[in-house]
Design a protein. Structure first.
Length: 184
């Protein structure tokens, strides 16, 4: 882990982007909260009646949920070079916020099953003017999420913008859907 790593800082409350598009995830379909931290988005989907996979290298933030039948906790280091732990899995909803590790971006997109929705939001270039993350490894390039899903998912909404809350930042976010019938 490098020093300029802001990825343990987790805002309280769901992202307005995820809340806005949560209803696009097919009802009762399974949801993956990737690099979940405290699981604020997985919890949102649990409350909406979805089974949820919470995945992170540090799952202490969701330990209180252990044992609930409609959820699964996966402790995995996505950056350590181990085989991708979610190979072959598909979800009706895939949520990633405030996390970027470019080598697994194609793997994350593969997780979206037919009819499923990807909701991805993280920091983008320009954020260095406001503070961390400032390392380009953790900042999306202009249009990067849009380009990442091109030819794979249908873009429903996409933006890069400066936000004021929970603190000033440059973020990029996307809501995109895979064509086809609903994934359970
Ligand atoms: C800033 S937090 C974001 C948490 C959550 N997505 C949110 O927005 O509330 C980044 C998360 O990425 C996780 N993470 C960082 N490096 C990881 C790795 N190599 N493998 C798996 N998870 C990792 C951290 O443990 C942390 O929970």
């Amino acid at each position: 882990m490098i020093q300029d790593d802001p990825r343990h800082r987790t805002p309280i409350g769901a992202s307005p982007w995820v809340e806005r598009f949560a209803g696009l995830v097919p009802p009762a379909g399974s949801v993956a909260d990737i690099a979940c931290g405290g699981g604020r988005h997985g919890r949102l989907f649990l409350d909406r009646g979805h089974p949820v996979l919470f995945a992170d290298r540090d799952v202490a933030g969701v330990a209180d949920l252990a044992g609930r039948p409609e959820m699964e906790i996966l402790q995995a280091d996505f950056e350590g070079g181990a085989p991708w732990p979610l190979a072959g899995r598909h979800f009706a909803g895939v949520v990633v916020t405030n996390y970027l590790w470019r080598p697994i971006l194609p793997r994350i997109i593969e997780l979206v099953g037919p009819g499923g929705v990807l909701l991805y939001e993280t920091f983008a270039r320009g954020n260095e003017a406001f503070g961390r993350p400032s390392n380009p490894d953790f900042l999306l390039k202009p249009g990067e999420l849009f380009e990442a899903v091109r030819g794979k998912l249908v873009v429903l909404a996409y933006a890069q913008r400066v936000v004021d809350a929970p603190r000033p930042a440059v973020i990029q976010h996307i809501a995109a859907q895979r064509a086809g019938g609903a994934t359970a």
